[in-house]
Design a protein around this ligand. Structure first.
Ligand code: CDP
Ligand code: CDP
Length: 231
């Protein structure tokens, strides 16, 4: 029989990680885990507790936020302290601050423990920035997705437009592209677990691929790895 594997998908913002990870997990009967949603949930809690400015002066105080924090997945929903925050964590106010929050060591240490526990049963597709390099360096399949920054900004804008049909409060394409590139730079240049391609990761440029094409590519590699892994 085939053996379940771990699939790590990393890459910059809006490169197609979660779309690919969710669909590949569905096809394989695996669990999808969105680690970006976990970092976003911590950032949301900081913002809602009015602690952002405090943490910029005294980052060690983030310990109070992490103590007893509960982040859970229920299908496609993300639950923070039992409350559905799936929409709030995608707000631009969270996107703007999440790279700062995710650069803090206590935050990374806490989420790493949770993520490794979530993958213990194998049969997971996990996406983020450091899954192949730090969380599961032993993952049988590691993917690194990239795409042109303009293309990624356009994809994000389409998503935001779908959520706000009357167009109120939408950023323009240039602003969105600048914010995305700024976040990528922060994620790639930070000291702890920076965004980086693991040497064994397969790089896929999704700029000119359809969603189905990128899903089929990753799914095909996964099936092959499952076969190699047969006991
Ligand atoms: O969906 P998008 O690509 O915009 O971002 P995300 O995957 O939701 O991740 C949001 C942020 O969380 C990233 O910009 C990183 O700062 C942080 N993150 C991280 O540091 N490590 C991970 N494994 C996942 C996300
Ligand atoms: O998770 P990450 O931030 O890397 O990206 P995503 O949320 O999966 O994808 C960003 C947007 O690009 C989504 O609206 C996708 O539907 C879209 N997209 C894609 O992922 N791949 C394509 N080939 C075309 C569009």
């Amino acid at each position: 029989s085939t053996q379940k594997i771990i699939i790590a998908i990393d890459g910059p913002a809006a490169s197609g990680k979660s779309t690919t990870a969710r669909k590949v997990a569905g096809k394989l009967g695996y669990t999808y885990i969105d680690t970006g949603a976990m970092y976003r949930s911590v950032a949301l809690k900081v913002i809602e507790n009015g602690l952002l400015d405090t943490l910029k002066q005294a980052p060690e105080q983030v310990a109070g936020i992490l103590e007893g924090i509960s982040i859970a997945f229920d299908g496609d929903r993300v639950l923070l302290e039992g409350r559905d925050v799936s929409r709030e964590i995608r707000d631009n106010r969270v996107s703007r601050e999440v790279s700062f929050i995710s650069s803090l060591k206590p935050v990374r240490d806490s989420l790493l423990v949770m993520q490794q526990a979530l993958g213990r049963g194998r049969g997971v597709v996990m996406d983020g920035r450091d899954i192949g390099t730090v969380v599961f360096p032993e993952a049988e399949l590691k993917i690194f997705l990239v795409a042109d920054a303009r293309q990624r900004a356009m994809r994000r804008l389409l998503e935001l437009q779908a959520k706000s049909p009357d167009g109120t409060g939408l950023p323009d394409l240039e602003t969105l592209e600048r914010e995305i590139m700024e976040r990528d730079r922060a994620d790639a240049e930070r000291e702890l677990a920076p965004l980086r391609k693991h040497p064994d990761a397969v790089k896929i440029d999704t700029s000119r691929l359809s969603i189905d094409e990128q899903v089929e590519m990753v799914y095909g590699m996964a099936v092959e790895k499952e076969r190699e892994n047969r006991s």
